[in-house]
Design a protein around this ligand. Structure first.
Ligand code: 4AD
Ligand code: MG
Length: 481
């Protein structure tokens, strides 16, 4: 069977005019009156579907087809007819319709609008709903755009391990991976579980970041990036945290913090432009969806129109500000003085919450912000220590609606300073000798960052909840499907 995808019909309708084509897909809507019926068929190759006209006098199973339920899979053989006056630019006049798989009236995705909460409970079916069709198609395109960006610039794609013995971020938010008998694990004399009897003969977890290994690869290839699943056992019930998400981590030798910021800004703008160039149909639908969702909100609470918002980011340079300046702004803000922050900004040294990040971006600077020079106490051990002895060469990129979208830094390349910092924060130096070797043999200034893929997708699609931009989300209390 030579099957034509609906996307190709839209690409060059004129070339199909008057020809016979075979289209396979799932019925989105179906109606009939006596001897004439219409179905909207979608095959997932693009956002749009195709209208199929079927007539009793032209197909021999009209009754069977007219009785089909939404969700059924069919193959349609028909004539491609251009319909310049109608709402849709063309339709198929069926000569033959084969039922691949019928559907039942209980099919949960009926034409009416369902809430996103409800659709999460049917994550196995929701990819067939318009919103998810659009969101996951953007996800796929963005993933390809990420590879394209780095490959065009000569970066090496580095696969870093998912099972790991080290906690890169030092936050203790790791999922243990073990084959020990959980009912009766072996224990040492101190009563603690004896992981030396485990599969890897040491305590092992799912990775929270591929950075440490990426640094090793960068010391060989100069420019590398990772793109893979990442796991964090943080019990954050926010709309921006998932227990399993995908992170992109470039790491570049001989780059300082300034270069790192330039790379991050170029990268984000490239991806936004890529989505605008490759996913316009999906974005237009998502834009309408968002406007619909926010129609009852007050004007000042509504988001900027999606496409306009994406273009806005492309057209503005990100504001580069130090943590110290940001604290001053926040501390003196009306919001803070009027006690409107859930976490009041008391002074230098506090960690920034997403409400603070969003204030800086949405209310104060009104564009994306890159914050640098954070206090060393609130950042990871590997960041380059600034001469002031207090701050590190960290950079967080903050976006409207999202808050932190990228976290990165210049790395401490000095062996002694790094070891001292590891001891201060209690990281076992002995088990990290492989990492420290990068500072013993040809250590070089280097920098990198991590982009949370789903956070980028939240921004690009305008969806509000991380669980709606990953097909089968993992969040606390939720590992269904
Ligand atoms: O700021 P983070 O923790 O940085 C790192 O892991 C560094 N090792 C990156 C590097 O320098 N190579 O995480 C990076 C980004 C965050 O800015 C955020 O976008 C995303 O990863 N992220 C999450 N996304 C979804 N759910 C979570 N639980 C996330 N935690 C972090
Ligand atoms: Mg961070």
């Amino acid at each position: 069977m030579t099957r034509t995808e609906i996307a190709s019909l839209y690409q060059s309708p004129a070339s199909f005019s008057g020809k016979k084509v075979t289209v396979c897909g799932w019925v989105r809507t179906i109606r009939d009156s006596k001897a004439l019926g219409f179905m909207e068929l979608n095959d997932g190759s693009c956002f749009k579907g195709v209208q199929v006209v079927f007539e009793d006098k032209k197909i021999d199973n009209f009754k069977e087809i007219a009785k089909l339920n939404v969700g059924a899979a069919v193959t349609v053989n028909g004539e491609f007819v251009e319909t310049p006056q109608a709402k849709q630019p063309f339709e198929l006049h069926a000569c033959e319709i084969l039922v691949e798989g019928p559907s039942s009236p209980e099919y949960p995705l009926q034409k009416k609008r369902h809430s996103l909460e409800y659709l999460r409970t049917i994550a196995h079916l929701r990819p067939r709903a318009n919103t998810f069709s659009a969101a996951f198609r953007v996800r796929s395109a963005a993933a390809f755009g990420i590879h394209k960006f780095f490959q065009e610039r000569g970066f090496i794609y580095a696969h870093t391990p998912i099972l790991t013995g080290s906690d890169c971020e030092g936050a203790g938010e790791m999922f243990t991976a073990t084959t020990l008998d959980l009912e009766d694990p072996p224990r040492g004399e101190d009563g603690r579980i004896d992981f030396s009897q485990d599969f890897f003969e040491k305590h092992t977890s799912l990775t929270v970041s591929g950075q440490l290994e990426a640094e090793c690869m960068a010391m060989a290839f100069g420019k590398v990036y990772t793109f893979g699943p990442t796991f964090r056992a943080e019990k954050s019930y926010t709309q921006r945290h998932a227990a399993e998400f995908w992170m992109i981590e470039p790491e570049v030798a001989f780059n300082d913090l300034e270069d790192n910021m330039d790379l991050a800004e170029d990268f984000l703008k490239y991806l936004i432009r890529y989505a605008l160039e490759h996913c316009m149909d999906d974005l237009l639908f998502l834009s309408k969806r968002l406007q619909e969702e926010e129609k009852d909100k007050k004007a000042e609470e509504r988001s900027m129109e999606l496409i306009e918002k994406l273009q806005f980011v492309l057209n503005h340079e990100f504001e580069r500000v130090t943590y110290t300046e940001a604290i001053d702004i926040l501390k003196n803000s009306k919001q803070n003085k009027n006690g409107k922050f859930q976490y009041p900004v008391t002074g230098w040294g506090v960690d920034l919450q997403s409400e603070h990040e969003r204030y800086l971006v949405e209310k104060h600077f009104k564009k994306p912000v890159i914050l640098t020079g954070y206090p060393k106490e609130i950042k990871a051990f590997y960041m380059k220590q600034n001469p002031d002895g207090k701050t590190v060469a960290a950079m967080d990129v903050l976006f409207p609606q999202i808050g932190e979208i990228i976290g990165g830094s210049q790395r401490e390349e000095d062996y002694n300073k790094l070891v001292t910092r590891m001891q201060e924060v209690g990281i076992p130096v002995s088990s990290m000798s492989w990492y420290l070797d990068t500072r013993r043999f040809g250590s070089a200034e280097h920098s990198g960052f991590g982009l949370g893929f789903e956070r980028l997708l939240l921004f690009v699609t305008g969806m509000g909840n991380i669980r709606d931009v990953i097909p089968f989300p993992r969040t606390p209390k939720n590992a269904e499907f």
